[in-house]
Design a protein around this ligand. Structure first.
Ligand code: BES
Ligand code: ZN
Length: 893
């Protein structure tokens, strides 16, 4: 018998009690799309595991009228009415008290309720789309992480899996979709009733409904699973690319996980108002338009890759997440980290020429960046309230998660890893799992101490920097926690170290389980000497430096700091082209991180960058671009008089390949060249390269004045042109800016709108930046899209942006505050600053405005300002910088 005597005992608990749990939901919903109201009724088959007078489940923002609740008692079959019904708003729970005892067995709980189709992009909400030239509402659900309770009363936690039988009453002429196919359709005048097949058991956050006007394209997998992509009416062509990716991806995952896709159909729908990028609802995956649609004339290579990656990610969840679900949000990373990692498998199989595994370094570098903050959090994080979940959909769960999986896979081998995953999926199908369940399976299959190794990565935050020193023919390794603020944390990890020298075939591995270790590398030193002698005999130039690269292929989640000799050796290895692109990336990225943490001078980073003068690989140049922007901004704050030299050096570094690629796509050029062209031109425009800006404006004018299909401005180069146009406008000559706004309003393609928004605030004129930011808040821009505009704020615009954020905080908080998009306002603007005074000012502003959903982001963003401040100060004190910058600026590569 459950002991609690009053409703009080159930309040303020992190999780629902489990003495009663749902088996099956029979749910009917009747949305009214013009009044934006809905009514509904649910019958829940509830298993009473322990005698009780109470039922406790989730509900929020819905109203339940008096007399609308009953419970059919298991044994007697008697219908009981609750004697007390309490909705606890802050806990989002519904507590029902009955006078009679609910006996053990399966009873039925019936509840009638009603609610509003909100405009917050969560729960059961409305999105607006055009149909026959008119604005129409559509009704959509977004339940992850904890918003099914806003649509119907339910046990809204991932471990309470049940089956769902859904019925919808909707206007006859509309398309209505849910997780399962339609079983029966009845028409009654202007309304139709659709009954969907009962689903397999699943979690509430994966339940989905979409009602609106759509066209679709359709195909089948080799197993006969029907896959459809639903798009705006008249635009189904734009769904073909994603459809093709989806059909092939389902086959790939079926083989990889050794379990077929478990549902009879898969629908994927583009939703015009959508908070996340996409959502993996079982059998009914919903997407932002930019993440699903591909237009042959207007989509860029980057858009294409994004669509493929997002589809691959969401479909990975159909196994990892939907079939096997995390037991609690603490294990969210099992969903997101794995889906992120698995998506690379599929995209690599479908598009090998994209070399996505080498692009994986983008995931790890962003994970490393966030996890270098003192305000980071462990991968496995305590969650005590639903409101805390939103914030952990972050670079730790996704990117650090994916990176530590890759590290483990590399450690135990791809084949064993796949076997273990298949076993894990099989064992936990239609059930829930915790992180340690996965480790147990991997340990059984591999015989390696997986749990001990991995606990050090998932249960504590942060990661190590490994100091490498060559002493007396021994390689000395020592780990300390890496923090961007320059201090040393106390963490310690089991670090899978890999290293090689001379040739990749010499690769060795070693598990660093202690603070430090010495490795005997005599054989590597000997073969290096032999190699150098040979080069000298052949009269080739050699520095004679021995080199060793640690963290082969950047598969480990850690950074490396080499002693001066080893660092010089690596510069030689880079110049003489002995490292793979990924390892070249790694050397540069580690150096940059160490420089920001003031563990290495900017002058030494710049001279390292000088060794990348002939670089032509996408991932490496792309990182050089990002680093160039960061360094230019920091140098501008530290030593304004050096800014011109620093910029000139970066222009020199990027120009040679930009010139080679040109503005126009070559016949049959590679996907990576197309990506690179876009990024190089944007960077050169931002660096103020006159020739590029002039040419960009010429091409934009042809696009704007004559023809949106002009070959002069292919999609890959458009953002660069927009940024260049924004560099030329100012308060007295706004015409370029106005032209861009005009294109924004006219064009009916989300990707184009996104590109324009991301350029609008990049002007060097603060007045224009302010105007652009205000535009983001206008009715012209959908709430889901404001984040694109925030991402492009220029350094010159940061002061007005901060004032704008403060002035509009009440509105921003009201409009975006109930979801995770609010965090973007903070994380896009605050880290643009680099002084202690600003950090204090920002802290003071937020002190009275903190809520659980932004708490961590505020702390992290302020920490970034302090890190910038320290970095800028160290640049100011860098005596060699002036000379080096001048020298590099004068070099033509
Ligand atoms: N499960 C998430 C969607 C989500 C995110 C729901 C945040 C609730 C809160 C989905 O699988 C996802 O991860 N989407 C990504 C895209 C992916 C390719 C990284 C997204 O929304 O950006
Ligand atoms: Zn995901």
């Amino acid at each position: 018998m459950v002991e609690a005597q009053s409703v009080q005992g159930f309040k303020s608990q992190p999780r629902l009690p489990s003495f009663a749990f749902p088996q099956r939901y029979d749910l009917i919903l009747r949305p009214d799309l013009s009044s934006c109201k809905f009514t509904g009724a649910v019958h829940i088959a509830v298993d009473i595991a322990d005698e009780t007078r109470f039922l406790v489940l989730n509900a929020a923002d819905i109203s339940i009228e008096g007399g609308a609740i009953w419970f059919k008692n298991p044994i007697s079959g008697k219908e009981l009415l609750p004697s007390e019904v309490v909705m606890v708003e802050e806990d989002e729970i519904l507590i029902l008290r009955f006078d009679e005892i609910l006996s053990i067995g399966e009873g039925i709980l019936g509840i009638r309720f009603e609610g509003t189709l909100n405009d917050k992009m969560k729960g059961f909400y409305r999105s607006v789309h055009e149909h026959n030239g008119e604005k129409k509402n559509m009704a959509v659900t977004q339940f992850e992480p904890a918003d099914a309770r806003r649509c119907f009363p339910c046990w809204d936690e991932p471990a309470f899996k049940a089956t769902f039988k859904i019925t919808l009453e909707v206007p006859t002429h509309m398309v209505a979709l849910s997780n399962m196919p339609v079983m029966e359709e009845k028409h009654d005048g202007l309304l139709k009733t659709l009954s969907f097949h009962e689903s397999p058991i699943m979690s509430t956050y994966l339940v989905a409904i979409v009602i609106g006007f759509f066209d679709y394209v359709e195909a089948s997998t080799s197993d006969g699973i029907k896959v459809r992509v639903y798009c705006q009416v008249g635009k189904s062509n734009q769904g073909k690319f994603a459809l093709d990716v989806a059909v092939k991806t389902l086959d790939i995952y079926k083989k990889y996980f050794a379990v077929p896709y478990p549902l009879p159909k898969l629908d994927m729908v583009a939703i015009p108002d959508f908070a996340a990028g996409a959502m993996e609802n079982y059998g009914l995956v919903t997407y932002r338009e930019t993440a699903l649609l591909f237009d042959d004339h207007h989509s860029a290579a980057s858009n294409k890759q994004r669509v493929a990656v997002v589809v691959a990610h969401e479909l990975a969840h159909q196994w990892f997440g939907n079939l096997v679900t995390m037991e609690w949000w603490t294990h969210l990373w099992l969903n997101e980290g794995f889906a992120t990692w698995v998506s690379y498998l599929s995209v690599d199989a479908l598009f090998p020429e994209w070399k996505v595994w080498s692009q994986f370094v983008d995931e790890s570098t962003m994970g490393l960046s966030l996890d270098a903050l003192a305000e980071s959090h462990p991968i496995e994080v305590d969650i005590n309230h639903a409101s805390e979940v939103d914030e952990i959909f972050d670079d730790i769960s996704y990117r650090k998660g994916a990176s530590v999986i890759r590290m483990l896979q590399t450690y135990i081998g791809a084949e064993c890893f796949q076997r273990s995953l298949a076993a894990y999926i099989k064992r936990f199908s239609y059930s829930n799992a915790k992180t340690e369940d996965l480790w147990a399976v991997l340990e059984e299959e591999s015989g390696e101490p997986v749990k001990i190794i991995m606990n050090s990565w998932t249960k504590q935050k942060g990661y190590p920097v490994v100091y490498a020193t060559l002493n007396d023919k021994k390689l000395e390794l020592e780990q300390t926690q890496f923090l961007s603020n320059g201090s040393e944390g106390s963490g310690q990890w089991n670090v899978p170290i890999t290293y090689f020298s001379g040739s990749y075939t010499s690769q060795k591995k070693f598990l660093l389980e202690t603070k430090s270790a010495k490795l005997d590398i005599v054989d590597m030193l000997d073969s290096s000497t032999a190699n150098n002698n040979q080069l000298i005999q052949q009269n080739q130039k050699t520095s004679g430096n021995f080199w060793i690269k640690i963290n082969v292929d950047q598969a480990g989640f850690y950074r490396v700091k080499y002693d001066d000799n080893l660092a010089a050796g690596l510069r030689f290895a880079i110049e003489s082209n002995q490292l793979s692109p990924v390892d070249r990336f790694g050397c540069l990225d580690d150096s940059f991180a160490l420089c920001m943490a003031c563990k290495q001078s900017l002058s030494s980073l710049l001279s390292l960058m000088g060794t990348y003068s002939g670089e032509e690989e996408y991932i490496v140049l792309s990182r050089i671009i990002t680093i160039s922007c960061r360094v230019t901004d920091a140098a501008a704050d530290a030593v304004p008089e050096l800014q011109a030299d620093v910029k000139q050096f970066f222009i020199n570094l990027l120009w040679h390949f930009a010139e080679k690629l040109g503005w126009d796509a070559k016949d049959n050029e590679s996907h990576l060249d197309a990506l690179l062209r876009g990024e190089l031109l944007i960077a050169l425009a931002e660096l103020g390269h006159e020739v590029i800006i002039k040419e960009a404006v010429r091409r934009f004018n042809s696009f704007f004045l004559r023809d949106k299909h002009t070959p002069l401005l292919p999609p890959d180069t458009r953002k660069a042109a927009y940024v260049a146009v924004m560099r030329t406008v100012n308060s007295s000559n706004k015409s370029g800016y106005e032209s861009l706004l005009k294109v924004y309003k006219e064009i009916d393609l989300s990707q184009e709108k996104g590109r324009i928004l991301s350029a609008l605030a990049s002007s060097p004129d603060p007045a224009i930046v302010l105007d652009a930011l205000n535009f983001l808040l206008s009715s012209e821009v959908r709430n889901q899209d404001a984040l694109y505009g925030l991402a492009g704020i220029s350094r010159e615009g940061r002061d007005v942006a901060w004032v704008w954020l403060k002035d509009n905080w009440a509105y921003i908080s009201k409009t975006w505050g109930s979801g995770f998009l609010i965090t973007r306002f903070i994380s896009s603007i605050v880290p643009l600053f680099s002084s202690e005074e600003k950090a204090t000012e920002i802290e003071e502003f937020f002190a009275s405005r903190i809520k659980p959903s932004i708490a961590r982001t505020v702390k992290q963003s302020i920490e970034r300002v302090k890190i910038n401040a320290k970095w800028v100060k160290s640049i100011t004190n860098d005596q060699s910088l002036g000379g080096i910058a001048k020298d590099l600026a004068g070099r033509k590569f």
